[in-house]
Design a protein. Structure first.
Length: 262
C-alpha cells in the first residue's frame, strides 16, 4: 500500500516539477485577434510534400478553420485536432467546398513525419482530404501568429510550447472572422461561424482566449494557473482520502477474527 501511495504522490508532484515557465511568461499566452486581423498575402509555408505554398492558396477561395499546433505536443494538440475535425464533420457543411481545415505547426524543428503523424487524429476521410497541414520557418510562423494575435511562449527545457488552446475561423480571403476555444467546439456554433465567414463578415473578437496548452501532462494545458492549483489541491485531498479509506479497510481486516472449522 505504501508503495502504491508513493507512486501516486510522485506522479502528482512530477507534473508540477516539469514546469519551468514563470507565471509572468504564462500570462502572455493568449489568443486576441484585432478587429482587422488578417493573414499576410505573401506568407509562404511548406505542405507535406515539402512544396512551398502561399497560405492564402491553402484557403482555396473558401472559409477555413485554422488550428495552430505543436506536432510533437504530448498534451492537448492531438485531442484539439480530433475535436475540431469531429465538429466540422457534424456541421452539415461540405468539406472542401464549404470549408477547409488548415493545421499549422508552431515548431520549425518538427519534421514532415511529425506533421503527418498528427493527421492520425482525423477520423473522417472527407475532412482529411479538405485538410492542409503546413510547416514553416521561424520567420513565417512568427509573422502568422503576430498577424492573428496568437501569443505563445517556448519552454526550451522541455522543448514544448505554452500556447493558446484556440482556433480561428478565416474568411476566404484570409481575414479572421472568429476566435474560438479549440476544446469546446460544437457543430452548431461552428456551422454558423463558417457560414458567417463564407459571407466575408467578421464576428466579435472581443473575447481573449487565455486557456493554454503546455507540455506538463495530458490535462495541464486545459487550465489556467489558478484552476490548475485548485485541481492540484483536489488531487492531493483525493489521495489522502484514498489512503485513509485503505487504512480503515486494513484495520478492519486485521481486527476480524479468523473463522475456524467446526
Amino acid at each position: 500500500m505504501k508503495a502504491l501511495l508513493a507512486c501516486i504522490i510522485l506522479c502528482l508532484s512530477a507534473q508540477a516539477a516539469d514546469a519551468s515557465l514563470s507565471p509572468a511568461e504564462l500570462a502572455r499566452v493568449t489568443l486576441a485577434p484585432s478587429h482587422d486581423a488578417a493573414i499576410p498575402a505573401n506568407l509562404i509555408f511548406h505542405d507535406l510534400t515539402g512544396r512551398p505554398v502561399k497560405f492564402v492558396g491553402a484557403l482555396n477561395h473558401v472559409p477555413a478553420l485554422l488550428l495552430l499546433v505543436d506536432f510533437t505536443c504530448h498534451t492537448i494538440c492531438g485531442p484539439a485536432l480530433a475535436i475540431a475535425s469531429g465538429a466540422l464533420g457534424e456541421t452539415g457543411l461540405r468539406a472542401g467546398s464549404d470549408f477547409r481545415l488548415i493545421v499549422v505547426g508552431l515548431d520549425p524543428k518538427d519534421s514532415i513525419t511529425d506533421a503527418k503523424a498528427m493527421l492520425d487524429q482525423i477520423r473522417d476521410k472527407e475532412i482529411e482530404r479538405a485538410t492542409t497541414v503546413l510547416r514553416g520557418d521561424r520567420a513565417a510562423i512568427r509573422a502568422l501568429t503576430k498577424a492573428v494575435g496568437y501569443k505563445y511562449v517556448y519552454d526550451a527545457e522541455v522543448d514544448q510550447f505554452a500556447h493558446p488552446a484556440g482556433t480561428l475561423v478565416l474568411t476566404a480571403d484570409g481575414h479572421v472572422s472568429r476566435s474560438l476555444s479549440s476544446l469546446s467546439l460544437n457543430p452548431g456554433d461552428l456551422h454558423l461561424a463558417l457560414l458567417e465567414a463564407g459571407k466575408g463578415s467578421t464576428g466579435s473578437l472581443a473575447d481573449r482566449i487565455a486557456l493554454f496548452c503546455y507540455g506538463f501532462d495530458a490535462a495541464h494545458g486545459v487550465y489556467t494557473l489558478l484552476i490548475w492549483r485548485i485541481l492540484e489541491i483536489g488531487a492531493i485531498l483525493t489521495v489522502l482520502a484514498l489512503a485513509g479509506f485503505i487504512f480503515v479497510l486494513e484495520r478492519r481486516y486485521r481486527g476480524k477474527p479468523l473463522k475456524t472449522g467446526q
